[in-house]
Ligand binder design. Structure first.
Ligand code: NAD
Ligand code: ZN
Ligand code: ZN
Length: 362
């Protein structure tokens, strides 16, 4: 088969590799129908995730069809369409029993395209299939469910649920990339009073308004704290979600929240940020961090099936799976291409609307 293989910092290739096989009885092998690229894949390519060994196939988000199942797999079988998620669950360790799958100590957690071969390939071996894949509800397209492999549960769990968004709340979302936009989309499930999107890029702020933000603030041009104070009678936001991953935006979020407010950090940080406890200790604030568990994926799938959630707008560009080298270039140059998520599809049927997705319908 062919796959997108990491060969060390800055090096990737779409090349021939051995077909995956069942190695444990709890495995399935999935034919990849649709996959996508994550900002984390770009971090790996920069060399920021040194655990990824050269030779590893990248990718941790896919919709596929089971083509082989190990002897111990009982809930999915050949021919089933499944969502392969960024998080794998052994189903047996302490953390999996508490639905904290991201913390799995039994061989799961974030493993695809990290510790084992990923899903940007013609086929993938999927461990712990019974407790890790999700059958795709009848009638849903790949693009309706693909983004539930990572960005939707990440934003919902680490942003909205950790931030305890409630009806009527003012929610500030700092960073309007795919994660911030997915935070806006899933925060709306709780009917907040007002969502304020904050970003340095006007194109991303325009997307934020499309995705349901009420106010867009470019914090390069304008003082975001002053704007949020003005909107909230000088109290601050009920919830601030950090969806960038740099010290400045974490510190901004801490300034944006009201006394008793919540700061939900979603961003992956590579550098220390300052926690101003000397100001915060008296303000009763809640600060949360976390890796996604994907424990809400079944709920999000039901919301998509019931027509309450439509993540298809994240798909801005489409490619064939064997054009993945080009797809990486487009995704990595989001400032110029306006890419949110690029869809890589094995089925030609998905390529009717060629890239960019919007041009095909214009
Ligand atoms: N916790 C988890 O489980 C988890 C999972 C997936 C991704 N993440 C992280 O979430 C973060 C966001 O992911 P993404 O894919 O949306 O990233 P992205 O890079 O596509 O988007 C980040 C956005 O932040 C904006 N930005 C940059 N600096 C800013 C600043 N100083 N002020 C305001 N806005 C600024 C950019 O313009 C961009 O629109 C990343 O750090 C990513 O690694 C976390
Ligand atoms: Zn990811
Ligand atoms: Zn586990």
């Amino acid at each position: 088969m062919k796959a997108l293989v990491y060969h060390g910092p800055g090096e990737r290739a779409w090349e021939s590799v051995p077909d995956p096989t069942i190695t444990d009885p709890t495995d399935v092998v999935v034919k990849i129908d649709t996959t996508t690229i994550c900002g984390t894949d770009l971090h790996i390519l920069k060399g920021d995730v040194p655990e990824v060994r050269p030779g590893t196939i990248l990718g941790h988000e896919a919709v596929g069809t089971v083509v082989a199942a190990g002897a111990a797999v009982t809930t999915v079988g050949e021919g089933d369409r499944v969502l392969v998620s960024c998080i794998t669950s052994c189903g047996r360790c302490r953390f999996c029993k508490e639905a904290k799958y991201g913390l799995c100590t039994g061989g799961g957690g974030w493993i695809f395209g990290h510790l084992i071969d990923g899903v940007q390939a013609d086929y993938a071996r999927v461990p712990f299939a019974d407790t890790s894949v999700y059958k795709v509800p009848e009638g849903l397209s790949d693009e309706q469910v693909l983004f539930l492999a990572d960005i939707l549960p990440t934003a919902f769990e680490c942003g909205v649920l950790n931030g305890r968004v409630e009806p009527g709340d003012t929610v500030a979302v700092v960073g309007a990339g795919p994660i911030g936009l997915a935070t806006i989309m899933t925060a709306k499930l709780f009917t907040p009073g007002r969502i304020v999107a904050i970003d340095l890029a006007d194109a991303r702020l325009a997307k934020a308004l499309d995705f349901g933000a009420d106010v867009a603030v470019n914090n390069g041009d304008e003082d975001a704290v002053a704007r949020v104070m003005e909107l909230t009678g000088d109290l601050g936001a009920d919830v601030a979600v950090e969806a960038v991953g740099v010290p400045d935006t974490f510190e901004l979020c801490a300034e944006l929240i009201r006394p008793g407010g919540r700061l939900a950090n979603v961003g992956v940080h590579g550098h220390p940020a300052t926690l101003h406890l000397e100001r915060l200790w008296i303000r009763d604030v809640l600060i949360t961090t976390g890796l996604v568990d994907t424990a809400t994926t079944p709920k999000l799938l039901r919301l998509v099936a019931e027509g309450r959630l439509d993540p298809t707008a994240f798909a801005t560009h489409r490619f064939a799976l064997d054009e993945s080298m080009e797809a990486y270039d487009v995704f990595a140059d989001a400032a110029a291409t306006n890419a949110l998520k690029v869809v890589l599809a094995a089925h030609p049927v998905h390529l009717e609307a060629r890239r960019p997705a919007v041009a095909a319908t214009a």
